[in-house]
Design a protein around this ligand. Sequence first.
Ligand code: F0G
Length: 472
Amino acid sequence: MIETERLQKTGQETATQRCIDPGCGARFELNERLYVCPSCGGLLDVALEAYADLDPQELQAVWTSRLASFDPRDRSGVWRYRELLPFAAGAPIVTLAEGNTPLYDAPVSAAYCGLDALTLKHQGCNPTGSFKDTGMTTAVTQALILGARTVVCASTGNTAASLAAYAARAKLQCAILVPRGQISHAKLAQSLDYGAAVLELDGNFDDAMRVIRELAEDESIYLVNSINPFRIEGQKTVAAELLHQRAWRVPDHVVMPGGNLGNSSALGKGFKELKDLGLIDRLPRLSVVQAEGAAPFASLFGSESDVLTPIEHPQTLATAIKIGAPVSWKKALRAVLESGGSVLSVSEQEIADAKAIIGRDGVGCEPASATTVAGIKRLVASGVIGSDDDVVAVLTGHILKDTDYAINYHQEKLYTHDRALDKIKEERRLAGTYSNPPARVKATKTAILDGLRRHEQEHSGDFKKEHVSDLD
Ligand code: F0G
C-alpha cells in the first residue's frame, strides 16, 4: 500500500460540506447527514481546503506507483486517487475495483463526426456496467461511516443496479425506487440479483426522486442519489483517471450525456480541483448533451433565463436520461460555464444512429451514452469543435444494459413516444440507417456462404464507404 498519509490527513481534517449558493456558503462537518443546505436549501459540495499544500509531482508519482500495487484501495480507480477524497486513512472502504475504465480510439465514430480522431472513455466497463459505481463506492462508504442501516435511491436503472451491488457488499439494507415499466430489463435484473428491495412506482423518475427525498428524512435511511455530495466525490476521480491515462495531457473537449446532471457536475469539479492543485494548467471544455424530449438543461442554456424550467412529461427511448427536473443543474451549469463548454440536445434518430456507429468501432454503449457522438457531430458541424481538436466522449453505460433497444433498431422496430405530435405509429418509427438485421438461413454450407455474400453486398454501400474510406 502506497501512502501519502501526511497529505491525506491534512485534506481530511480541513474538509467540510459547503453550500454552493454564493449568497449563503454555509459550512457543515463531514459527518453531518445532509443532502441540501439546512440554511437555504442549496446544493452542497465537499470542499477540501488543504489542496494547495499538495505537491503535484509527488501526487503523480504516488498515483503511478499504485498501478503496480495489489492493495484493494490501489486497485480501485477511485481510491487510487484518495488524496482527492474526504475520507480518513482508516475509512471502511466498500469497493468492487471500480474505475480503471479504458480509453479507446474510435476511428469510425471520429469520421462520422467529421473529426480526425476521437477518444472514448468507456465508463460502461465498471463492475455493474455504468459510471455510477465510481460514485457508489464513496457514497456507500460514507453510509457505513454515518452508521446508516438502509440505503436508498430513485433511479432510471443504473444507479439502482450500482447501489444494489455496493449495498450487498456492505451488508446494508437497500431499497430502490424505479418508475414502473420505464427501465431496461437488464438493469432491473441486476437489482433483483443483488438482493435489493425493488419498489416500482406509478409515475416517472422525477416523481420517484421527490418521494425518496421525503423518505430520507428518516435518520436511519441514507439517500445516495447524486444530490449526495459524497457520490460526486467518487465520480470526480474520473477526471484524474482520464488525465492520468493521457499522461496529464488535457483534451480540448470532454463531452458527456446529461440526465440528473450529477456526472457533469462531478467531472467539472474533478477537472477544476486538478487545475487548482497544479496538475493541469487549463480546463477541458465540458459539454453536455441531452435527448430532445428530455432537455430542460439545454433549453436553459439556450435562453436568457438563469432558472431551469422542469419538463413535466420527459420523453426519450434513452430511458437512463428520461428526466425532466434534474436535481444538480446549478452545479452542472457552473461546470459548463467555468470551462467554456456548451449544452445541446439531439434527436432520437441521431441518438440511434450514433449508437450504431459507436458499435462499428467494436465498442458499444447504451442509448444515453450515444448522445455524446450525436452531439459531437453537431458541434463539429457548427464549428464549436474543430476537426483537429482533441475530443473525449464519455460513454456512461454498457451496450448490454439495453439490448431490446439495439435489437429493435437493427430490425427497424424502434418507435418513439412522440406525445406532442400524436403521430400514428408508422410515423414514429425510427429509420435503421445503419441497421444490421439478423438473416435466417438453412443449415447448409451453401446457404451460409450465400448469406455471407448477401450481407457483404448489402453493407458495402453503407456508412463504411461514406465515412471511413479516407481512413484507410
Ligand atoms: N448515462 C447513463 C447510462 C445513465 O444511467 C445516466 C443517469 C446518465 C447518463 C446521466 O447522468 O444523471 O449524472 O446526468 N442515470 C441515473 C440513474 C439517473 O438513475 O441511473 P446524470
